[in-house]
Design a protein around this ligand. Structure first.
Ligand code: GRG
Length: 296
């Protein structure tokens, strides 16, 4: 398959749906909507929504039906990036190749834009009940899954651990816990939510959850590798930041070659987890393999 064409087509689909969901820039609080819109459309890869749609198709479902869930996931992801970039957290100037939200607007607006995207995501999820008539139970399960993955037992908890680890040496096991929560939880939830929305069997949902977990870790290892090997222009964020901040990373703890080897192993395990799904999981297989070659 032509993975690049597939990704472009999916990105366009998600972007059109997101445009439909985010209210036009008007009304008394237009400034916060403008900031939400700015960050949402500043050029993300749309990885989580694409994983969600591909998982729906991998279990034989209709990806169009998964679009509200896919869009909600991207909004939650964008909120996390806006808050992560704030001066109180990573204090970054560049994100998705553009000035970060608080640089473009101001700090208070960026905090509110993140809050606005997070809450809007759950508004969209709950509002999708009309599309899921007769399958409201699956939708509720998806809402609970995403809330758990985004909250203190997932991404928020991982971010806290990450901040607490600053300035001290941590073990490989601790690093893995940080990443499993900070980035892995939402990625895994994206795949699992797609499978649930698509009406996957228990075995299919379990296989896709295992894929999501391996994919999430592989994504983080390759992200760390990119920070060492990548170019700021291609990545849309500054390169070499981890080292400058003395952050624990996989290449830092394992060495470059071992980190590359570990990423390869995780990708193989992710692909192996898809075995029971057959040809319908083709895009998910290609996406996992692509992690090893990505430049942004
Ligand atoms: C503030 C609650 C809260 C959480 C922040 C995800 C996160 C938690 C912080 C991001 C820190 C970071 C840069 C982690 C590395 C991996 C990662 C999530 C990269 C960004 O995701 P991509 O590459 O970004 O999917 P795009 O812009 O393509 O959507």
């Amino acid at each position: 398959m032509d993975l690049m064409a597939y990704l472009q087509e999916r990105r366009d689909l998600v972007n059109r749906a997101l445009e439909g969901y985010l209210p036009a820039v008007r009304g008394p609080a237009f400034r916060v909507v403008a900031a939400m819109h700015y960050s949402l459309f500043a050029g993300g890869k749309r990885l989580r929504p694409i994983l969600c749609l591909a998982a729906t198709e991998a279990v034989g479902g209709d990806s169009g039906e998964a679009l509200p869930v896919a869009c909600a996931l991207e909004m939650i992801h964008t909120y996390s990036l806006i808050h992560d970039d704030l001066p109180a957290m990573d204090d970054d100037d560049l994100r998705r190749g553009q000035p970060t939200c608080h640089r473009k607007f101001d700090e208070a607006t960026a905090i509110l834009a993140g809050d606005g995207l997070l809450t809007e995501a759950f508004q969209i999820l709950a509002g999708a009940r009309e599309r899921y008539e007769g399958r409201e139970k699956a939708l509720l399960e998806v809402i609970q899954l995403i809330a758990g993955a985004a909250g203190y037992q997932g991404m928020v908890g991982g971010q806290m651990l990450d901040l607490m680890a600053e300035g001290r040496k941590i073990t490989l096991k601790e690093l893995e816990t940080v990443h499993r929560l900070k980035t892995g939880a939402l990625i895994t939830a994206s795949v699992k939510a797609g499978a649930l929305v698509g009406g996957g069997s228990r075995a299919e949902v379990a296989a896709l959850t295992a894929y999501g977990e391996k994919f999430g870790l592989a994504f983080q290892v390759t992200d760390d590798l990119l920070d060492v090997e990548g170019e700021t222009v291609e990545m849309g964020k500054a390169a070499g930041v981890d080292a400058a901040r003395q952050k624990a990373t996989y290449p830092g703890l394992l060495g470059l070659e071992n980190a590359r080897g570990w990423a390869r192993l995780l990708v193989e395990e992710a692909v192996a987890a898809l075995e029971p799904l057959g040809a319908k999981a083709g895009p998910l297989r290609e996406l996992a393999r692509y992690l090893l070659a990505r430049r942004s």
